[in-house]
Design a protein around this ligand. Structure first.
Ligand SMILES: Nc1nc2c(ncn2[C@@H]2O[C@H](COP(=O)(O)OP(=O)(O)OP(=O)(O)O)[C@@H](O)[C@H]2O)c(=O)[nH]1
Ligand SMILES: [Mg+2]
Length: 199
């Protein structure tokens, strides 16, 4: 069971993206996918997607899954493994959670069934400077350890702004793929999925 953590600040578009990638990942790979989110909030899930693929979606109780529910997350992962045994588990932590903490928590996992654990980090183009300034240290750490960085809400800014953000992110991580996307409009989402499904 591989784990994909979709991280990013509050409101950056994690749930919107997760919902739009699930169907594409299943279609491309035929994998059995389980998604853990904290809260569907305003996004809602398309019931047709769920039934079409027999997708399982679990919502954890409120709170940060890596900080306050570390043990619960392990327990949830164990239950998922025992009862569903998916090929891929997608976890959306709360916007304040540190994805590395999830990776570390999984290191204590004893079932020996975990394959790769990778985190994709979403940054919000519409609030880039404010968030970068307020959360410089945690965001820098997230971007350094990410296997994929997505600049979301590209529909809200112009191309030169995207290029500027890309430059700043590139300084933090010289090798990571950085893809500007619009999760609501679907722009470049296939390109992001391409990186996610790559072994
Ligand atoms: N313009 C624009 N809005 C977006 C995009 N992606 C997400 N949004 C909006 O941003 C808001 C937050 O999206 P969510 O997907 O709930 O973000 P989240 O990161 O899951 O939020 P939390 O779980 O609360 O941290 C919603 O109103 C979305 O419609 C995008 O690409 N462009
Ligand atoms: Mg969300």
């Amino acid at each position: 069971m591989d784990i994909l953590v979709v991280a990013g600040f509050l409101g950056s578009g994690k749930t919107t993206l997760v919902i739009s990638i699930i169907e594409r990942i299943i279609e491309r790979t035929g994998k059995k996918v389980v998604v853990i989110v904290n809260d569907f909030g305003t996004v809602g899930i398309d019931g047709k997607v769920m039934t079409k693929y027999g997708l399982q979606v679990m919502e954890l109780a409120s709170g940060c899954i890596c900080c306050t529910l570390g043990a619960d997350l392990l327990h949830t992962v164990e239950e998922i493994q025992d009862n569903i045994a998916p090929d891929l588990l997608v976890i959306e932590p709360t916007g304040v959670a540190d994805p590395d903490a999830i990776v570390q928590a999984m290191a204590h996992y004893e079932k020996g069934e975990i394959g790769t654990i990778r985190s994709a980090v979403i940054v919000d183009a519409s609030r880039f400077d404010v968030i970068m300034k307020a959360l410089n240290r945690p965001l820098t750490a997230q971007i350094r350890s990410a296997f994929l960085v997505l600049i979301n809400k590209m529909d809200t800014v112009d191309g030169s702004e995207i290029a500027r953000m890309e430059g700043l992110l590139r300084d933090l991580n010289p090798t990571v793929p950085i893809i500007p996307i619009s999760a609501t409009e679907g722009t470049n989402v296939d390109q992001a999925v391409e990186v996610m499904v790559r072994a």
